[in-house]
Design a protein around this ligand. Structure first.
Ligand SMILES: [Zn+2]
Length: 316
């Protein structure tokens, strides 16, 4: 057989990141396509299958052998049945994506949850590489996590493991999107930080700022931004301390938009987490290394796992 590759897609609300990936985890061709979710789920599925089929054809034209397909999607994903159960931003409702892909493409296919496969990639190829037990926490509009042990991400009994954003951290805090007050996500997501700043800035002209701007202003010494940022850091430290009590990981990898604040987030968060450790072993706290390619590489790892190509995982 000529050199094997897998076809990997990371489907988001606005765009799809796609690649052909070798068994050692190196992407050899990358593409981006619009999702255009407003067309409805059937059209989105058609685009996914067309893009995947196109990449498989390009691989063959280059003398490579596509051996499997991996597709990461947001929302609730039943990985065992290969079904995209529910997604707010892509509009999926019980889409049997794996079977559709197998039928159309004739290749073994694996479906994964976007944050879970992103964590898989960071644990095996990125910032958690070589450390065995990793908690990947993506902080963006929401907060979600993936717990990866020896290269496998825990899915949960109902496909819903990793909802660290809904750990209760402030019983009298703001109401979360899930309906309950005080979830971590309602205190420390990028959206929550922007909202909190606007709320405390009150009627002043410049109340509408992003979390990234709050981080910049905090670093520049603005007292209000500093207060909002520190509140978010304390809430995150509470959530991560709970995660560490449960999972005892070696490394916590922070991804998502908020992690782009870099040391402006990591330094105070390390200190706040350190304060909360009693008998716990303190994890390393590091920024994600793969950027927005993590989901696509993780989808590739799922595909490789589905056909058990053995040389993509670092030996431990
Ligand atoms: Zn919640």
């Amino acid at each position: 057989m000529s050199d094997p590759v897998v076809v990997a897609l990371d489907v988001g609300g606005t765009g799809m990141k796609c690649a052909l990936v070798r068994p050692d985890g190196v992407a050899i061709r990358t593409e981006r396509h619009p999702t255009d979710a407003a067309r409805g789920p059937a059209a989105v599925v058609d685009t996914i299958l067309e893009v995947a089929g196109g990449l498989a054809d390009k691989a063959r034209a280059d003398g490579l052998t596509p051996i499997a397909v991996g597709i990461a999607v947001p929302g609730v994903v039943d990985e065992a049945r290969g079904v995209a159960v529910w997604s707010a931003n892509v509009g999926f409702r019980d889409v049997p994506l794996r079977d559709l892909a197998v039928t159309r493409l004739g290749l073994p296919t694996a479906i994964g949850h976007d944050v879970r496969v992103g964590g898989l990639a960071e644990a095996r190829l990125g910032a958690g590489r070589g450390t065995g037990h990793v908690l990947f926490v993506a902080i963006g509009t929401g907060i979600a996590a993936a717990h990866v042990v020896d290269g496998t991400a825990a899915v949960g009994a109902h496909g819903a493991a990793g909802e660290i954003g809904h750990i209760l951290v402030r019983p009298d805090g703001p109401r979360c999107g899930c309906g309950r007050p005080g979830c971590l996500e309602a205190m420390a997501s990028a959206a929550a930080i922007g909202r909190r700043y606007a709320e405390l800035a009150g009627g002043t002209a410049d109340a509408s700022v992003t979390a990234a701007q709050v981080a910049e202003r905090a670093a520049a010494g603005e007292p209000l931004a500093g207060r909002v940022w520190q509140e978010a850091v304390e809430a995150l430290a509470d959530g991560l301390a709970t995660g560490q009590a449960l999972f005892d990981v070696a490394t916590i990898v922070l991804g998502g938009g908020l992690a782009q604040a870099g040391d402006g987030l990591l330094t105070p968060l390390r200190a706040a987490l350190h304060e909360r450790m009693t008998f716990h072993r303190e994890p390393q706290l590091v920024a994600a290394a793969l950027g927005d390619e993590a989901g696509c590489l993780g989808a590739a790892l799922l595909a490789l796992d589905a056909v058990r190509v053995p040389d993509h995982q670092e030996k431990r």
